[in-house]
Design a protein around this ligand. Structure first.
Ligand SMILES: CCCCCCCCCCCCC[C@@H](O)CC(=O)SCCNC(=O)CCNC(=O)[C@H](O)C(C)(C)COP(=O)(O)OP(=O)(O)OC[C@H]1O[C@@H](n2cnc3c(N)ncnc32)[C@H](O)[C@@H]1OP(=O)(O)O
Length: 357
């Protein structure tokens, strides 16, 4: 038996490549690399029973999984593009291989394929919406989330505006009594923020519980344990930076969520929600780390939260040791949440790009 090349017909969509190979009773083997497909089969083609083979150097990378569907007359091969993009041609080399021809049964030009994509998206949206509509408590859930976000937005806006005005009027002096003017409102907002761990837990919002837990536990340790329980920390400038960094993101995040509750999306607000965390988050963690470091000697001196030990093991177990471990956890938490937010941003921006197309 000699190895022959079968006739291959191709067409594309934004996400897929369709290949139709004219072979019957084919037993297929294939190998695929990011930009290369090697396809071999034993089957019945134009020249009878033979080994058939072809290879393609793709114009752009494709995914490693290939799906085959053999019928009595032909083999349909679907290859997924790595990026959802229209290709100018199938192969890397400009000259089309002789065995390859357009599959006019499936052929669409770019604008028709876009229309097909939009139709599919519309159908998906309708089916998702009809599934959602089945939830009898949806209105109640959205109402609760809207009110929660509104209250948080008002709280953090009060904090942000108050601190900004005081900064303009008092300059650096405002740093030192931030805690006494802002703490009550911050206590209120951060206690409410515990709901952000509960919401995904009970399925009210579709996001991970762990990132929210890191965020809420992380902030509340700083607020209640470091600032709240040590008077010596309360008139330090670091309180200003921690509170200012926290409230800056929240005056964008909560209105973004409020709009999401009423299925509205403002481009600039979405961009701000998914972008300004990039400088703010590391700065926030840095400010929090400075607060923890400044509190270590105070905990050592006051022995607050120290655990008394039997005399053979020393006098007591200082809370500052726990805080040193916590410092390491903070940077681990920063890494986990930075990655989470980065993924959320990419997902959001990608879905926006698709909507615009
Ligand atoms: C287990 C305990 C371990 C303890 C370890 C302690 C380690 C300590 C580490 C400390 C690090 C914390 C540092 C931090 O305090 C510093 C700062 O905050 S500095 C200031 C800058 N900070 C930020 O930018 C972070 C802001 N916070 C957040 O973004 C969130 O809290 C976070 C959990 C990090 C991410 O939020 P989420 O996962 O919810 O992502 P999305 O916003 O994209 O939302 C996903 C979808 O859910 C919908 N959603 C979410 N919440 C709501 C809501 N309240 N109302 C309505 N809808 C909501 C949202 O619309 C998205 O929907 P869709 O998918 O349809 O777009």
């Amino acid at each position: 038996m000699q190895t022959l090349t079968p006739h291959v017909y191709w067409a594309q969509r934004h996400g897929d490549i369709y290949l139709r190979v004219e072979l019957s009773d084919a037993k297929v083997l294939h190998g695929i690399k990011p930009m290369f497909l090697c396809w071999t089969a034993q089957g019945h083609g134009a020249k009878g029973d033979n080994d058939y083979e072809f290879s393609l150097d793709f114009l752009e990378p494709v995914k490693p999984e290939v799906s085959h569907r053999s019928t009595q007359r032909l083999v349909n091969v679907t290859v997924r593009k790595q990026e959802q993009r229209w290709w100018d041609r199938l192969t890397l080399q400009e000259r089309k291989p002789l065995f390859l021809a357009p599959d006019f049964d499936r052929w669409l030009d770019e604008s028709d394929a876009e229309m097909e994509l939009q139709e599919e998206e519309k159908i998906n949206k309708v089916s998702i919406e009809s599934r959602i509509r089945k939830d009898p408590y949806l209105g109640l859930k959205k109402g609760y989330l809207f009110m929660y976000n509104l209250v948080q937005f008002l709280g953090f806006s009060w904090i942000f505006v108050n601190m900004t005005v005081r900064l303009f009027i008092l300059g650096q002096d405002s740093f030192y009594d931030t805690f006494h003017t802002i703490a009550d409102m911050m206590y209120f907002c951060q206690m409410m923020a515990v709901a952000e761990v509960i919401n995904p837990l009970v399925g009210l919002v579709k996001t991970g519980v762990f990132p929210a837990m890191i965020q809420v536990v992380g902030r509340n340790v700083i607020l209640f344990v470091i600032f709240g329980s040590l008077e010596e920390m309360q008139n330090k400038a670091v309180v200003f930076f921690v509170f200012y960094l926290w409230s800056t993101i929240e005056i964008f995040r909560y209105p973004f969520y409020m709009l999401a509750c009423i299925d509205t999306d403002w481009k600039l607000l979405t961009w701000l929600r998914y972008s300004i965390w990039m400088p703010l988050y590391p700065l926030g963690v840095l400010a929090e780390a400075i607060a923890v470091i400044q509190s270590l000697p105070i905990f050592d001196e006051t022995r607050l939260y120290s655990i008394p030990l039997p005399t053979v093991l020393g006098s007591s177990f200082s809370f500052s040791f726990t805080l040193k471990i916590y410092l390491v956890l903070m940077f681990l938490g920063l890494f986990i949440n930075f990655r989470h937010l980065f993924r959320q941003r990419r997902r959001r921006m990608r879905s926006r790009k698709r909507k615009m197309n």
